[in-house]
Design a protein around this ligand. Structure first.
Ligand code: ZN
Length: 274
């Protein structure tokens, strides 16, 4: 019924195990899963904490920033007395305190074209909680090349977006570049350090992102692959729109133009610490 869990684990995960869609078998799938969280900020904080609480066996966190006072309005994995410490260590401490039974792997550097493929090779699912387009496109390309599922969330001001990209699973599943073929021209889309963001909105979107990760691992419900969820917090309105695969996509189309990460050599824009 419940594969080799200790009494403590059975108690800790009892509300999951009660769900017929999860059960002991599903909880074992969560324990065997390896998830990489890119960005320990406003999205990454709730995402990481819920993944750790859910018993994801191995969780990587990659971020090269240190905790700043202006982060604490939304990045709830960090604490005031952690200001100045690397975010991956602050976030790892919070996740370990919540659930010592999971392995947290901090990667205190910026993901780039030289390290991305080696890093994501160690994980099954990659979560994008970053704050700049150059890292988003790098991750999208790397996940496509490495055939990894990408769960991608973004927030600005009072609005959030979320989708799942797994083009390796079938001809109808779009990649990130089917939705956004190229990064916008620099300065066209304001960053959250320029335009602001409501902290609780990042919390909701990071929590939705965690939910989609759990669904993907468990194989339950309807995947967000091929759909984009859009939440307008001011209007209190959530909707999903269909996303099709673009046959002319430079990444997943035929013939594809992108075969490696060599185009990602430019330094990413400064972090706005989403
Ligand atoms: Zn595509």
């Amino acid at each position: 019924m419940t594969p080799d869990f200790t009494e403590d684990e059975i108690q800790r995960y009892s509300r999951h195990i009660l769900l017929s869609e999860v059960g002991g078998i599903g909880q074992a799938k969560l324990r065997d899963a390896r998830v990489l969280v890119v960005g320990a900020g406003g999205l990454g904080s709730p995402l990481l904490l819920y993944l750790a609480a859910a018993g994801i066996g191995r969780i990587g966190i990659v971020d090269d920033d240190r905790v700043e006072l202006s982060n604490l309005q939304r990045q709830i994995a960090h604490r005031t007395d952690g200001i100045g410490t690397p975010k991956v260590h602050s976030a790892a401490a919070a996740a370990r305190a919540l659930n010592p039974g999971v392995t947290i792997e901090p990667h205190p550097f910026r993901i780039d074209a030289a390290n991305a493929l080696a890093l994501i090779a160690g994980y099954d699912i990659v979560c994008d909680g970053t704050d700049n387009f150059s890292t988003r496109f790098l991750l999208a390309d790397a996940c496509f090349l490495a055939r990894r599922t990408l769960v991608s969330a973004a927030v600005l001001r009072f609005e959030g977006q979320l989708s799942v990209f797994k083009p390796h699973t079938g001809p109808d599943a779009p990649c990130y570049r089917c939705l956004y073929p190229e990064p916008p021209p620099e300065g066209m889309v304001p960053s959250c350090s320029e335009a602001g963001v409501m902290g609780a909105v990042t919390g909701v979107m990071g929590t939705l992102q965690a939910t989609e990760v759990l669904k993907e691992i468990l194989g339950i419900g309807e995947s967000l692959s091929g759909r984009l969820l859009i939440w307008d917090a001011l209007a209190a309105r959530m909707r999903t729109v269909r996303l099709g695969r673009d046959p002319a996509c430079r990444l997943c189309g035929e013939p594809a133009e992108i075969h490696d990460l060599s185009a990602h050599t430019k330094a990413p824009a400064p972090a706005c610490a989403l």
